[in-house]
Design a protein around this ligand. Structure first.
Ligand code: NI
Length: 397
């Protein structure tokens, strides 16, 4: 439907069937973060069959392939993540997970399958390419500190000009592509607060220091960090997600543990919030004579998409699916360790629509019934190829 002059359009005939079969194999054999041994071996063994790829294993469960074109030019890194989640699958199609309690519930099986197809197609075209392409099959996106930072530290994006990644999105209709320049995904940081009081008989609360009563106040006080202590124009979430204390009806326990997450975009906010949590916790505890121990664990950096690269990707997306199918993705408070690459190299991350209400594909990511419309895989492959083609024709590098 669109006028597009690309050596990759239309896709070779084998792609549609092959990408689905790779995806289904991966879906049946999910592995948790940092444990993707069989997945990495499967990817490596496929890459070895294709000409011109220099394959390495920067960590135990990741695979990187380098493809050099016939002429010098820029270096482009393409990234797919490969890990699954500790979720027991509740789907009933014939390629469900064969590993009890482990499931590809975020679409990373699809990401890996798409990048495999892209690597094969580009390897077949290597004599007509300039520059260098690095295919990053990354482990452990789901579990901080994440696989991306390990690969960055291993030098995987050294001398790379741009990095590009995609995520299949089950809540975005198949056919659409979601793009955003600037802040796209937040920093997912975590905290743990241990409240220490003085246990005792529940009938005589005045003789104890009741950590449950104090913890409960703290849960609501922490919300004032968002509503009263930080700028309302800065996006910020503080959620207590776990509150553990006590073991019976009539005993006031000694200590309580509160755990939670902080989501933010700005580094100034990110620096300020741990101090505010500590001050709040110490202050509330002090009123009742309790003490607190506050731990803050920094997660991934926020995903902030490079303006120029994002506009190039948007152009490519419009060529492929048409202007009306390219959607402005709103920023989200979820996290993604793609940001680790962006700390080094201009990068952009986009959503590939893979939802389909009519087909019942409506479950969110990380749901036991999550799946995606496999037609979305082809748009992902096409976008990877078109973006690469455009970037390799740039003068940088
Ligand atoms: Ni994901």
């Amino acid at each position: 439907m669109n006028q597009i002059s690309s050596k990759f359009e239309p896709l070779p005939d084998w792609v549609a069937e092959q990408v689905v079969s790779w995806r289904r194999h991966l879906h049946q054999h999910p592995e948790l973060s940092f444990q993707e041994h069989n997945t990495a071996a499967y990817v490596e063994q496929l890459l070895q069959q294709w000409e011109g790829l220099e394959i390495s294993r920067p960590t135990a469960t990741s695979v990187v392939a380098i493809l050099r074109g016939a002429e010098p030019g820029p270096t482009v890194a393409l990234r797919a993540d490969m890990d699954a989640l500790p979720i027991h699958e509740e789907n009933s199609f014939d390629f469900v997970s064969t590993a009890p309690g482990v499931m590809h519930a975020c679409g990373h099986d699809g990401h890996t399958a798409m990048l495999l197809a892209v690597a094969k197609i580009l390897s077949e075209q290597r004599e007509h390419l300039r520059g260098e392409i690095r295919f990053i099959f990354q482990h452990a996106e789901e579990l901080p500190p994440g696989g991306a930072i390990e690969l960055v530290n291993a030098g995987v994006v050294d001398d790379v000009d741009w990095v590009f990644g995609v995520h299949l999105a089950s809540l975005l209709p198949v056919g659409q592509i979601g793009i955003r320049a600037g802040e796209m995904m937040a920093s997912p940081d975590n905290f743990t607060i241990v409240v220490k009081g003085y246990g005792g008989h529940a009938a005589y609360p005045h003789r104890s220091i009741d950590v449950i009563a104090i913890g409960a106040q703290l849960v609501s006080h922490l919300q004032h960090i968002v509503s009263r202590l930080t700028d309302p124009l800065d996006r910020l979430v503080v959620s207590v997600t776990q509150f553990t204390a006590g073991s019976s009806h009539n005993v006031i326990p000694d200590s309580a543990v509160l755990k939670g997450t902080v989501r933010s975009f700005k580094s100034s906010v990110r620096k300020e919030v741990p101090e505010l949590i500590k001050r709040m916790a110490e202050g509330v505890a002090a009123v009742y004579g309790a003490t607190v121990d506050v731990q803050f664990i920094y997660g991934y950096e926020p995903v902030v998409n490079d303006e120029w690269l994002t506009s190039l990707v948007k152009e490519a997306a419009i060529e492929l699916v048409g202007e009306e199918a390219v959607i402005a993705t709103p920023p989200a408070m979820g996290g993604e360790d793609f940001s680790a690459y962006q700390q080094r190299v201009p990068g952009t991350f986009v959503n590939i629509g893979a939802g389909n209400e009519e087909a019942g594909i409506v479950y969110p990511h990380h749901h036991p019934k999550f799946t995606f419309d496999e037609d979305g895989l082809l748009n992902g492959v096409r976008l990877f190829l078109r973006v690469t083609e455009k970037l390799l024709s740039e003068q940088q590098g």
